[in-house]
Ligand binder design. Structure first.
Ligand code: NAD
Ligand code: WQD
Length: 341
């Protein structure tokens, strides 16, 4: 028997597809809403292929209240996972209104409809970007947030606040914000993965495209940081592990196990990895070369950030499981699948 039906917005995207697979495998029904602004229908096909299940898909913008209301009218949801958002940091600096309009507007519309239709639970995709450069590492959930350095980062902080205030005001509404660190990798089947548009901003897609010969050379942004090898430190979380965290969060809400009506969890591995270590590990486990050069620091980058995951480990009973080797193998397998290599 189905455990309940979850509305997953933005589920044609990178993290959403992996989460849809895990939700279905855990026995939840899934309804997908996506406007395909940063994804393709083939991603939903990938989810169907992996799970062997038909997935109701509605192509709609979460800012389109009437279209979204149709979905709330047609289904009884036990919860919502809200992935739908624009996520390119640089683009958000150039087009802040696009980011405020899309990320805040869609979230408010979803919350309004949840309130109207009595849907009690929502998981929100937040980000380690809310911490900026923490004064003390690793970052815990109580580490103070730093002023956002991009409109994108600001939308994550504001959405967290919108969720906190809504939960406080509206009886019966529960919220969990998951602060993802750096999601990487792909499903082991290589049927779903990340589909970056144009030149990738993120490190791992740039590495895989360079290894595939699509890009000539990786630029490593800075080797003069105050870290072991001078390159920046991040907490790279496998996307399949990240997907599982969403299932656990939904189960916690549906099962009535929350300690507070609004909770925040860091979702990372707890292990800092440098850019150079990541590149070398990728080369080693995949047996391919990644030509790189060291260039200046990228504007807006922080030196080091990684998670204290104690809360997610103890409260959610969730822990990152896939090794970095395994994750980087899956990233390469996905790139080869995309390129027909
Ligand atoms: P993605 O771009 O692959 O997925 C987002 C999906 O939302 C896309 O399919 C896009 O078409 C859809 N979408 C965007 N605006 C929409 C709207 N108004 N209505 C309907 N659909 C809409 O991104 P992702 O990496 O899967 O990220 C998912 C969420 O996680 C986002 O909220 C993102 O900000 C957050 N996040 C991502 C990362 C990361 O590094 N990937 C890190 C932290 C947080
Ligand atoms: C990782 C490291 C780069 C590309 C971003 C967003 C954050 C979150 C995750 C959504 C950094 C270095 C990168 C390259 C490089 N997204 N790098 N050469 O910047 O930690 O986080 O994605 O919420 O908000 O800011 O991730 O993958 O871009 O970079 O040297 O070509 O790799 O300088 O140290 P980042 P990233």
């Amino acid at each position: 028997m189905e455990k309940g039906k979850v509305l997953v917005t933005g589920a044609a995207g990178y993290i959403g597809t992996h989460t849809a697979v895990k939700l279905i495998n855990a026995g939840f029904g899934v309804v997908v809403v996506d406007n395909l602004s940063n994804s393709e229908l083939s991603a939903i096909e990938g989810v169907r292929e992996i799970t062997g299940r038909e997935i109701p898909f509605v192509q709609a913008d979460c800012n389109d209240r009437a279209a979204l209301e149709e979905v709330f009218r047609a289904h009884e949801f036990c919860g919502v996972i809200h992935f739908a958002a624009s996520k390119a940091v640089g683009e958000s600096v150039e087009q802040p209104l696009l980011y405020y309009g899309n990320n805040l507007g869609s979230f408010v519309t979803v919350l309004e409809l949840m309130k109207e239709y009595g849907v009690p639970n929502i998981v929100f995709s937040s980000s380690a970007t809310v911490y900026g450069q923490p004064d003390v590492l690793p970052a815990t959930e109580t580490t103070p947030r730093k002023p956002a350095t991009s409109p994108y980062g600001n939308t994550k902080q504001i959405c967290e606040d919108i969720l906190r205030d809504s939960v406080a005001a509206y009886e019966g509404l529960n919220g969990i914000a998951l602060r993802y660190f750096n999601p990487i990798g792909a499903h082991p089947s290589a049927l779903i993965g990340e589909l970056p548009k144009g030149v990738p901003n993120n490190l791992v897609p740039f590495i895989t495209q360079t290894a595939a010969g699509v890009r000539e050379c990786l630029s490593i942004f800075g080797d003069d940081y105050n870290t072991g090898d001078g390159t920046a430190l991040r907490d790279y979380i496998d996307v399949v592990d990240l997907a599982k965290a969403h299932v656990v969060a939904v189960e916690r809400m549906v099962g009535g196990d929350m300690k507070e009506q609004y909770e925040i969890f860091n979702i990372g591995t707890g292990r800092p990895v440098s850019v150079l270590e990541l590149v070398r590990t990728f080369e080693k486990v995949n047996g391919v070369a990644v030509p790189y050069k060291i260039v200046g620091r990228r504007a807006g980058d922080v030196e080091a950030v990684w998670a204290d995951t104690t809360l997610a480990n103890t409260e959610l009973g969730w822990k990152a499981e896939r090794s970095l080797d395994e994750t980087l193998r899956s990233a390469w397998k996905w790139e080869k699948h995309l390129r027909g290599l």
